[in-house]
Design a protein around this ligand. Structure first.
Ligand code: HEM
Length: 407
């Protein structure tokens, strides 16, 4: 990762740009990322934590290539302090995000059955029932209501717990730990304490389901350990991120709802063209800046030449799915929300082997949340001016902190 090793003859290496963690409001696109995209397809960045610099790829084609190419490894990241967004970095064995093939397939297979399209179809009536209970409560009490606290947060967490097989009695504390882990505002120590508690609970739960034939994730993991397909440690590392994953839906849907409540043309599309709601959801997924900065890096296992630069073996590389979703060569007028956009090959849920495990679940929850809220409360609107909506601070996943609404 030295200066002179990064360049092909005749081409200067791009400068290393500092990318601070910004607290952005609304669905504003990160101005630093926009600048990096203008600078070139392949730039170099330094993030607030970790060491050194990393490559950043922002074009749709390159992002697809890098995320699908075994020459870029996730497992290699675990032994390094790569420049990064998160203050703490302690990957666990078994974590899907840090596994390369063939381990990645072996691990993913252990839980895949719980997240398939058919499993989600079976889940749908129960999910609708759980959501209706929450919305009934809101309707009963009447306006105004804070929809993050009342619906957007409890629903995904409860539904993930349903898929995972968390007993009712344990749900409240599991939820509290996941919130402390995902938030950076409580500091590293609070997050560590919550992680230890959650992982302790997961360890016990998997152990207690060794003989279970259930279809929930903890039963699948208990059985996979008993069969010897995965180790106990791997099962725990697999379960943690899945248990926490529900939170992503809260914030992504929060951004979607905010857009739908503040842009009348989108709302009109939603109500007047029910057959085209899927296309609108895809367009919102493409447009929404789901996360701050970038996610997890990959390490080049061999030299790779790209856009006149040589990515050397050992160099860390980030891709930006957010940037790829605004690539003007793939999405004309990328900064405009076009509900009829077709084709719409967005990468909001990732690409390649690390494509979001919870993608079908996330889609189900998004459809149900928006459908139920907007159809049951047709007069739904913000109870405060749009510029007074509070947004999450110092966080990996962006979204409104609160959504006070009336109807
Ligand atoms: C991976 C987005 C919801 C679990 C990913 C990735 C993206 C993503 C972009 C790929 C990152 C990469 O390349 O490493 C989202 C969005 C969501 C969402 C936008 C909501 C709208 C969920 C849910 C769950 C989940 C509900 C689980 C319950 C995971 C896991 C991975 C992942 C475990 C790692 C997969 C792997 O590395 O093999 N997600 N996600 N996500 N997601 Fe999601």
């Amino acid at each position: 990762m030295t200066e002179e090793t990064t360049t092909l003859p005749g081409q200067a290496p791009p400068p290393v740009r500092d990318w601070p963690a910004l607290d952005l409001d609304g669905t504003e696109f990160d101005p630093v990322l926009a600048e990096l995209m203008r600078e070139g397809p392949l730039t170099r960045i330094r993030l607030p934590f970790g060491e050194g610099w990393a490559w950043l790829a922002t074009r749709h084609d390159d992002v697809k290539l890098i995320t699908n190419d075994p020459r870029f490894s996730r497992a290699e990241v675990t032994g390094r302090q790569v420049t990064r967004m998160a203050p703490h970095f302690k990957p666990r064995p078994g974590s899907l995000a840090f596994a390369d093939q063939p381990d990645h397939n072996r691990l993913r297979k252990a839980v895949a059955g719980a997240f398939t399209v058919s499993a989600m179809k079976r889940l749908r009536p129960r999910a609708q029932e759980m959501l209706d209970d929450l919305v009934d409560g809101v309707v009963r009490e009447g306006p105004p209501a804070e929809l993050i606290e009342r619906v957007l947060e409890p629903f995904p967490i409860a539904l993930v717990s349903e898929v995972m097989g968390v007993p009712d009695a344990d749900r409240e504390r599991v939820h509290t730990w996941t919130r402390q882990i995902i938030s950076t505002s409580g500091g590293a120590e609070a997050a560590d304490r919550a992680k230890n508690s959650l992982y302790g609970w997961i360890t016990e739960t998997i152990r207690s389901r060794a003989d279970s034939t259930g279809e929930d994730v903890y039963s699948l993991l208990g059985a996979a350990v008993a069969r010897g397909d995965i180790s106990g440690t791997e099962a725990i590392g697999l379960a943690g991120p899945l248990q926490i994953g529900g939170e992503a839906v809260t914030h992504n849907c929060g951004q979607m709802l905010c857009l739908l409540l503040t842009r009348p043309e989108l709302r009109q599309w939603w109500h007047e063209r029910p057959e085209a709601r899927d296309a609108l959801l895809d367009e919102l997924l493409r447009f929404i800046p789901h996360r701050s900065s970038v996610g997890l890096a990959r390490i080049a296992l061999e030299d790779v030449d790209l856009h006149g630069h040589r990515i050397r073996a050992g160099d860390p590389v980030y891709v930006s799915y957010l940037a790829a979703n605004r690539d003007p060569d793939v999405f004309p007028e990328p900064d405009r929300i076009d509900p009829g956009r077709a084709p719409n090959p967005h990468l909001a849920l990732g690409n390649g082997p690390h494509y979001c495990t919870g993608a079908v679940l996330a889609r189900l929850q998004t459809e149900l949340l928006l459908g139920t809220l907007l159809d049951r409360l047709p007069g739904l609107r913000l109870a405060v001016p749009a510029d007074q909506v509070e947004w999450r601070r110092r966080t990996m996943i962006r979204g409104p902190r609160t959504l006070p609404c009336t109807w």
